[in-house]
Design a protein around this ligand. Structure first.
Ligand code: HEC
Length: 173
């Protein structure tokens, strides 16, 4: 009897641990995860520096902050994109490296906010979205485009070698 009881308790405990942990654990892996976990924001406007702190706290609950820091997304308005396509056509050659979309970060932050246990509320989501739009343009385009391309390409190629199945899921042909 005692044995059965303790087995039942153990099973219940284990189920509790697994169920409780499930929403906070991002099971999928991304090339982004192996990249840097910091952004040098020392040249960013003061407000952006403040939001950077908020971003690193709140967006590292379920995966490391490397995931958003090393993501391919760049958000530009249609007008900005038309201009960039003329002036920086290199930005548009490989969506694994840079994926430009009018709603890229807006949609992504909303998707994260919808996940159970996400600590990002509406106001905070808006600030973080604005930070990600600004930061992506600074780090991935213009003068920093080549450095970004080299770093991101290495992450993607290493990931393809180490995790071919996940690579095929994230970048379907
Ligand atoms: C409640 C848990 C949770 C929080 C908090 C969270 N994420 Fe995520 N994130 C996930 C999970 C789970 C995935 C993988 C599944 C998916 O992409 O929806 C993911 C995936 C991602 C990806 C990869 C998506 C892709 O398609 O390449 C990025 C980028 C990302 N998160 C950024 C963020 C940002 C920015 C924040 C803060 C606003 C954040 N995450 C907060 C759970 C979370």
């Amino acid at each position: 009897m005692k044995k059965i009881q303790s087995a039942a308790v153990l099973t219940a405990l284990l189920a509790g641990v697994l169920l409780g942990a499930a929403p906070r654990v991002a099971a999928q892996i991304y090339p982004n995860d192996a990249g840097p976990t910091k952004i040098d924001v020392s040249t960013y406007p003061k407000e952006m520096q403040k939001t950077y702190e908020e971003f690193t706290k709140k967006c590292s609950n379920c995966h490391t902050i490397a995931r958003p820091i090393n993501a391919q997304f760049v958000e530009m308005s249609a007008e900005e994109e038309a201009k960039a396509r003329k002036e920086q056509p290199d930005l548009f050659t490989d969506t694994r490296i840079i994926d430009v979309n009018e709603h890229a970060w807006n949609r992504l932050v909303k998707r994260m906010m919808a996940k159970p246990g996400c600590p990002v509320n509406k106001m905070s989501g808006k600030r973080i979205w604005e930070f990600l739009v600004y930061d992506s343009k600074v780090r991935k385009t213009g003068a920093n485009a080549a450095a970004w391309k080299a770093a991101r390409l290495k992450l993607v190629e290493d990931f393809q070698k180490k995790h071919p199945a996940d690579y095929a899921r994230i970048f379907p042909k």
